[in-house]
Design a protein around this ligand. Structure first.
Ligand SMILES: NC(=O)c1ccc[n+]([C@@H]2O[C@H](COP(=O)([O-])OP(=O)(O)OC[C@H]3O[C@@H](n4cnc5c(N)ncnc54)[C@H](OP(=O)(O)O)[C@@H]3O)[C@@H](O)[C@H]2O)c1
Length: 287
């Protein structure tokens, strides 16, 4: 994998947060970009800034990946516009903080559709094209929540468990081929305003375990190119995950629940989140 450098990255959820940081990291490495996010979320401005700063070719595709036909259309569009994608970064993901009994169907289904179904479908649609490249890389974004199931985010946390498992199995299946697969498992990332507020409320635990988007993106791309299977940014987070099999599940679930609360406290956090109501798991993964 190290004998060849990546030349063109397709990045989902690139308009803000970690996806935007991936776009900058890859553009800084001289890679062409195919950037995807929902319509009217500032992708054209981002592309203009990156083209000017890094002089790389950038295509933007504004689409809703929860549309079941979205990933298929996306792969076809990239092909038709002559982008030889060799790096797929499945970054787009949403999460909601609420006990399952108080969650709403639309939020749960959107979370599953985007975090799981779209990721699987896009990977499947892009794999034939990736296999044609001399070397190719797939980076899926999961979370520490894949190792520590998170009370108050049951659906989100479970989707990230799926992403971890799927990525490891795909990596095994493609071992010995030209396509490498890695999975990124960050703790909290200071992305949108709501997430940053939740991290601040964590005090020292937040400062110790949470990172900035550019740090996580750099760690992700470096790990991907090194061929690391599970990429965990930060030494403290690596230690936490190494210890996870030794900690009784009931114990850490109790600790997380006490810190983040279930019921009133958790839904309170959801109401305080940004306009979209989306929050990351930063708030509770540091429990
Ligand atoms: N932030 C954290 O603390 C944290 C921790 C661990 C893992 N992660 C994971 O890291 C990834 C990025 O998180 P983030 O905090 O950077 O999220 P974010 O700031 O909310 O950004 C999410 C991105 O996904 C896009 N997106 C959302 N729904 C979409 C859809 N239906 N179709 C296409 N694009 C869509 C958003 O576009 P819009 O601009 O249109 O909304 C945005 O570009 C996610 O997979 C998340 O689970 C985050």
């Amino acid at each position: 994998m190290l004998s060849c450098l990546p030349g063109c990255a397709m990045i989902t959820g690139a308009s803000q947060g970690l996806g935007r940081a991936f776009a900058e990291e890859c553009a800084g490495r001289g890679m062409e970009l195919v950037l995807i996010a929902l319509p009217d979320t500032g992708l054209p401005d981002l592309a203009r800034i990156l083209r000017r700063a890094y002089e790389v070719r950038i295509e933007i595709i504004e689409m809703d990946l929860t549309d079941p036909e979205g990933p298929q259309k996306l792969a076809a569009l990239a092909r038709s516009r002559d982008f030889l994608v060799d790096t797929l970064v499945n970054n787009a993901g949403v999460g909601f903080m609420a006990p399952f009994s108080q969650s709403n169907t639309r939020q749960n289904e959107t979370t599953i559709q985007l975090n799981v179904a779209a990721l699987v479908r896009l990977t499947q649609e892009m794999l034939p094209a990736l296999s044609e490249r001399a070397h190719a890389w797939i980076l899926n974004v999961a979370s520490v929540g894949a190792f520590f199931p998170m009370p108050s985010m049951p659906v989100y946390s479970s989707t990230k468990g799926f992403v971890l498992s799927f990525s490891m199995l795909l990596r095994e299946e493609l071992r010995g081929t030209n396509v490498g697969v890695s999975v990124l498992c960050p703790n909290g990332i200071r992305t949108n305003r709501g997430t940053r507020q939740l991290i601040e409320r964590q005090g020292w635990a937040g400062r110790l375990t949470c990172k900035y988007p550019d740090e996580v993106a750099r760690a992700g791309i470096r790990g991907l190119l090194k061929g690391t299977g599970v990429i965990i940014p930060g030494l403290v987070n690596q230690a936490l995950i190494r210890m996870s099999p030794l900690i009784p599940r009931s114990l850490y679930m109790r600790v997380i629940s006490r810190r983040w609360g279930t019921g009133e406290r958790a839904t309170g956090a959801l109401r305080q989140s940004p306009a979209s109501g989306r929050v990351s798991e930063a708030a509770i993964s540091n429990a």
